[in-house]
Write a protein that binds this ligand. Sequence first.
Ligand SMILES: *[C@@H]1O[C@H](CO)[C@@H](O)[C@H](O)[C@H]1NC(C)=O
Ligand SMILES: *[C@@H]1O[C@H](CO)[C@@H](O)[C@H](O)[C@H]1NC(C)=O
Ligand SMILES: *[C@@H]1O[C@H](CO)[C@@H](O)[C@H](O)[C@H]1NC(C)=O
Ligand SMILES: *[C@@H]1O[C@H](CO)[C@@H](O)[C@H](O)[C@H]1NC(C)=O
Ligand SMILES: *[C@@H]1O[C@H](CO)[C@@H](O)[C@H](O)[C@H]1NC(C)=O
Ligand SMILES: *[C@@H]1O[C@H](CO)[C@@H](O)[C@H](O)[C@H]1NC(C)=O
Ligand SMILES: *[C@@H]1O[C@H](CO)[C@@H](O)[C@H](O)[C@H]1NC(C)=O
Ligand SMILES: *[C@@H]1O[C@H](CO)[C@@H](O)[C@H](O)[C@H]1NC(C)=O
Length: 850
Amino acid sequence: MFYRPSGLVVLGLLPLARGITPASVTPITSIHASVPGDSTPLTTAATSESFASAVSSFLHVSSSGTSASALAPSSPVQSSLSTSALPLQGPIPGVFPATDPKHPPSSKDSTSIVPDFSPAWSVAYSRAKAKISGFSLDELVSVTTGVESTGFSGRCVGNIPSIEPSTGRGWPGLCLEDSPLGVRLADFVTAFPTGINTAATFNRSLIRLRGLYMGLEHVGKGVNVALGPMMNLARVAEGGRNFEGFGEDPFLAGEASYETILGMQQGGVQACAKHFIDNEQEHLRTSSSSNVDDRTQHEIYAQPFLRSVMAGATSVMCSYNRINNTYACENDKTLNDILKREFGFQGYVMSDWGGTHSTLSAVAGLDMTMPGNVGRGPGSYFGGNLTAYVQNHTISQDRVTDMATRILAGWYLLNQNSPSFPAVNFNANQPGDEATNEHIDVQDDHYKLVREIGAASTVLLKNVGGALPLKRPRSIFMAGSDAGPARVAGPNAFRNQNDNDGVLAMGGGSGTADFTYLISPYEALQARARRDRTSVSWIFDDFNLKRAGDMAIGRSAAIVFVNSDSREGTDRTNLTAWHGGDDLILSVAAQNDNTIVVVHSVGQLIVEPWIDHPNVTAVLWAGAPGQEAGNSITDVLYGDWNPSGRLPYTIAKRTEDYPAQVILGGTPSVALQVPYTEGLLIGYRAFDARNVAPRFEFGFGLSYTQFTYSNLHISKAIAVHSNERELEENWTAGKSNPMGIGSSTALWLHRPAYKVTFDVKNTGPVAGGEIPQLYVQMPSSADEPPSILKGFSDVHLKPGQTKSVVINLSRHSLSIWDVVDQGWRKPEGTIGIAIGASSRDFRLHGVIPT
Ligand SMILES: *[C@@H]1O[C@H](CO)[C@@H](O)[C@H](O)[C@H]1NC(C)=O
Ligand SMILES: *[C@@H]1O[C@H](CO)[C@@H](O)[C@H](O)[C@H]1NC(C)=O
Ligand SMILES: *[C@@H]1O[C@H](CO)[C@@H](O)[C@H](O)[C@H]1NC(C)=O
Ligand SMILES: *[C@@H]1O[C@H](CO)[C@@H](O)[C@H](O)[C@H]1NC(C)=O
Ligand SMILES: *[C@@H]1O[C@H](CO)[C@@H](O)[C@H](O)[C@H]1NC(C)=O
Ligand SMILES: *[C@@H]1O[C@H](CO)[C@@H](O)[C@H](O)[C@H]1NC(C)=O
Ligand SMILES: *[C@@H]1O[C@H](CO)[C@@H](O)[C@H](O)[C@H]1NC(C)=O
Ligand SMILES: *[C@@H]1O[C@H](CO)[C@@H](O)[C@H](O)[C@H]1NC(C)=O
């Protein structure tokens, strides 16, 4: 029995239908609601009451007044649509339920269900069209133009003005706010773990939940569009914004983007996939040109954006840089052709702040200019200029109508028309202004998730002789400023976290949030140690090496905290620990044979100076874990959390071993050329292909227990009714899929095609989580790197327990991009599968059956 909410059944054919066959206009067949703490999908809700309660429970920040009717479009729009064009096709069970962003499938089903948002988009488009049908040209243009151009600074980092009156025929405008880890420049918010830590959990449930909670906090502050997640890849280890993103692997970054967006939009905020595209270094980012070949573009850098479109992201931010010497925000190939045509993106493209360079960008696919100005100065490329270009027929009014429709559709897709959607109640531009800051506390109990992700993202890199977990040590010594709180002026001493003092919990720049509080390791460890009557001592001075060494003598454990920071706008200039961290480790290790190193870092470091030191018994890689940093690391040190984090990047032995480096030099007035000559060989793919031994490979991480793998089976997924059989057969025969609108995100290409099952057993003494990883090993005809990640799971096991793990593979995951055909195709030859605990620790091997 299928409940069909009145507002979501009646569909016309989409203006920009995803997929190239009518299958993508499947009627609503079931509603999946997953609320925090309850991962059981609430399928086939039978009554409007249960649907309404599922809807209202999503938004506990503003549930009053939210009801099923908020989802229902106004009747005139609906009645103008006809059902006669709909294919009379039954639901395809368990495969791709049509749904809306408030009811995504559970993260447990992420490799078995491809949610189809096209009916929800269709409704949103109808409502958007009805709304703007009464707008004048000036009003349409106003929807596309940030207000800063008019000299007005709104309360958010980006502001789209209202169309007056703001109700009825009018519209209230939009608040756009950073960041990918929380609500920026606001108080009483949660400072979540960074993107890079989130990726290091390899745990879809945690990634999804973080997205949901961030979405709820943004909505609670009245934000319409949250500017994240950030999904540019860690192509260069030094990249200043790598901490905001999800590491060096396109599949991991794609899945993390997908889960984050599903969570954020379930929370009610519009997500913004950024920065599209090829924005992998900060040096001269606003003028440099990233020159990327078509195959690399599709297989590597576009992958997270493809997954974002599949997650129903309402907006995408084009990046500052040029691509092949054309600015990303006026690049017809990337915006119109790849994003809007191939991926079938139905939302809107906004510029990065000051990233618009012309009015004609509109024709190349830009829909909104932010914050509105020419550069950051007066005037706008949109605004009056866009109106003039329409009036003299340089740009068609249809295009401006499409721009405004896309923007309004995003607003309707997330039901932000609901009267209960909170008004903006903070002021990012004037945090000290009492009149415009209502100090609404949106933190709820999200700190618990922050603490859990902080622990789940901590990677155990070395553990000799059972050094960890700590077992009621007699005495503990902590060394390093990173162990303590900020010494001078608290956790928000530096605006936008643009420098570091004390424990490093996030990087700097726009990808930050202010700390409501920050727990340092010193606070958490000391509180924990007291329970065992452990004697605790510390030194926060990084440079008094003699004293640090002397204080370490005779302590049961000497824990040295080092870090490395970075921020938006500049790249790291070296991969060495800050504040003389290497020397501090060596000084302590010289005097204590149980030296434990904790690293808080935005990314890779070269650890060669100390990693093999016999007195360095354990190393914990804690990344930049957010406001609960101290509690998270304490949980891991004491074994309250058995480490399960895995490296989302490669730690090399030498900086030169990395396949790509920041391109320096150049001047802002000429486009610095950044050639992506390593092509597909990003990160570990290069180390594998070139046979270079890393210090710690991608996907690596130890546990306090051990796991064994067995019993690999690979089979074709159970055949389901499909009217796309011919596409599937052609794919099996090695033909490229035909290109059309949405063909790269077509459901048949992404639903499960092969099912991989195997057993994992915990053979060690304590309970723990394992992260099984699936790597595809393409035949030589494919010209791919040796092993590429295409699946991962997380499994928690008691000692002696065995569980069966299932990882499904889609046809897309087994395809390469054919630059001649311009399509995805299965390479000729046998496709191998390697399952293991890292990108170099394979335990099981098999092949894809023919
Ligand atoms: C794998 O896909 C099948 C459908 O072919 C589905 O029944 C199963 O739940 C999926 N498994 C996982 C772990 O997603
Ligand atoms: C950039 O140039 C390369 C090499 O000609 C080409 O393969 C790629 O498609 C181009 N990308 C864009 C966005 O134009
Ligand atoms: C139109 O664009 C130009 C830059 O091309 C800018 O100098 C001017 O201020 C803009 N006009 C308006 C009305 O914004
Ligand atoms: C149209 O108007 C714009 C803005 O005033 C101007 O820059 C452009 O040259 C005009 N084009 C034509 C064909 O008149
Ligand atoms: C590495 O870079 C940081 C930040 O710029 C700097 O403080 C430090 O001195 C550098 N270390 C080395 C060894 O060059
Ligand atoms: C290891 O620590 C002990 C003190 O416990 C010290 O005597 C020894 O020299 C250290 N080893 C090295 C290689 O520094
Ligand atoms: C399948 O391949 C055949 C032969 O190349 C082609 O004619 C047909 O159009 C393809 N079918 C689809 C649905 O793309
Ligand atoms: C992943 O996170 C979920 C939600 O907290 C948890 O239930 C699960 O055990 C985690 N997986 C592992 C391996 O820790």
